[in-house]
Design a protein around this ligand. Sequence first.
Ligand code: SF4
Length: 265
Amino acid sequence: MTDPPRQRPTIRLQLRILGEPVAVEAPMPPERVRLDEVLPLLHKIDDRAVDLAVQRTEADGKTVSCRKGCSACCRAQPVPVTPPEAYALLRLVENLPEPRRAEVRARFADRVQRLRDAGLADHFLQRDRDVTKEQARDAAQRYFRLGLVCPFLEDDACGIYEDRPFVCRQYLVTSPAELCRDPFTNPVEVIRMPIAAAGAMLRTATNLLKKPQFTMALTLALEYAQAHRAELERTFASRNAFSQAVQELARPRPASGDSGPASGD
Ligand code: SF4
C-alpha cells in the first residue's frame, strides 16, 4: 500500500482591496527566494485587484473595451517592467523550446537594434532621474512612433499571458478601442487600479538590493537582465521578501498612477 500524496504546504493571505475582503493562497516558498520568485503571489493579488476594479467600473455603467485580438497597446507602447520582471522574462525565454526561443530572441534583437538606431535605447535602459516630464513624454512618443511590436505578441494575442508584466495586467480601457491606436493624442480612458503592483515590486527590489531600481521598456528586458544577472540571482529570506512586497502593495497609491504602458516608476 502506498502513502497518499502529501499536500504541499500553502501560505494564505487575507487582504482588503477597495474595501472588499480578498483571500489569496500560494504554495509555501522555499526558505530563500530570488525577487522574481515573489512575482506569482503578487500576480494573484494583482489579478484580484484588477477584477474588483473592473466590477466597480461596470457597476458605474462603463464597459471595458479590451478584447482578445485587440492588441493596439502591445503594438507600439514602451511597456515598463521592473528588474525582477525582466529577469523572469529572461528565464522564461531561456526555457522556451526551440525554434520558438530563437524566434523570440530574434524579435527582441530587432527591437533593441531599432531603439539603438533611433538613439533611444539608453533612455529606456538607464533611467536618468534628472529627465523632466516633458523629456520623458517626448521619448515615449518617439518610441511609440517606431511601432515596435512587443516580442511576445503572437497572432494578435499575448504569448505569455499568465506571466505578463504588471502593467499589461493592469492596463484596461473603457474608451473606444480605436482610440488606443494613438494614446498620446486621443482621449483614452484607462481604468484606475486600486494597487500599484509594479511600484511595490520596484520598492521591494530597491530595499532588498540596497540600490535604486527603475523600470525599463519591455523590449530591453533581456538586455537588462543579462547585464544584471548576478544581482537579480541574489536570494533573500522568503519571509522577508514576501512580507516586504505585500506591505508595499498595501501602501496607498500615488495620486497619478503608473497604470499606463507608457508610464513607469
Ligand atoms: S507581454 Fe503580452 S500583454 Fe504585454 S505588451 Fe507584450 S504581448 Fe502585450
